[in-house]
Design a protein around this ligand. Structure first.
Ligand SMILES: [Zn+2]
Length: 220
């Protein structure tokens, strides 16, 4: 049976056959005790209260224990100046590039800033998590071969763009996730399959292939 890949979760796996990339917090991560894939990064919300140098060292010291960098990124709704956010994000993209790791991205109202970086770092694979961008945003980002999209809780919000985006994202660029919610990943797959109008098994196989391509069989 194919696994349910959960691209981004703040919880331990909760469903049989779930492969969750768990977002670990830099401060209290204990890699010895973790039995599942983990990502670490400096979230834009935490930039202002983080000793960035120390956090970057922590990331570089634990590269063998992580499957991705993140979540990190850009958020134009918070007070931290965007230039400061870009500099911290860039430092993490550099680590990802040097170590052939993908990046899980938090991006809020900063898609143009993000696109500039995706263009500059074309060897790095970026996954925009919690994606709910509109068609215009998607049109701008789809030409990037190194940008992927992960959709989750917004699929359950009828007012969100996520369901429309889901139908426009090519299958080979798609992931699903639960993030901080109580959702079970199998229910996200059922919902997504229903919206797209395909068999859940087809979706599972496709997303598992995407996962293997970007997170497992990376070019060294
Ligand atoms: Zn998250």
């Amino acid at each position: 049976m194919t696994s349910y890949v959960n691209l981004h979760s703040h919880r331990k796996p909760r469903v049989e056959g779930e492969i969750a990339i768990r977002n670990a917090y830099l401060k209290n991560v204990n890699f010895q005790s973790i039995q599942y894939p983990v990502s670490i990064g400096i979230h834009p919300w935490h930039v202002h209260k983080t000793d960035v140098e120390k956090a970057l060292t922590l990331i570089t010291n634990n590269l063998n224990s992580i499957i991705a960098i993140g979540e990190c990124g850009l958020d134009r709704v918070i007070n931290t100046p965007i230039n400061e956010q870009i500099s911290v994000f860039k430092a993490q993209i550099n680590i990802a590039e040097q170590n052939h790791l993908p990046i899980i991205v938090h991006c809020v109202k900063a898609y143009s800033d993000f696109a500039n970086l995706a263009k500059q770092f074309h060897n790095v694979q970026f996954v925009l998590h919690g994606f709910s961008g509109n068609s215009e945003t998607l049109k701008m980002l789809l030409p990037f071969k190194n940008v992927y999209f992960s959709v989750g809780k917004h699929l359950f919000n009828p007012l969100s763009n996520a369901s429309i985006a889901l139908k426009e994202i090519p299958f080979e660029k798609l992931f699903l996730e639960t993030d901080t919610t109580n959702l079970l990943i199998n229910n996200v797959y059922i919902k997504a399959a229903e919206i797209i109008g395909i068999e859940e098994t087809v979706l599972k196989n496709q997303i598992f292939n995407n996962f293997e391509k970007i997170f497992i069989n990376k070019k060294k």
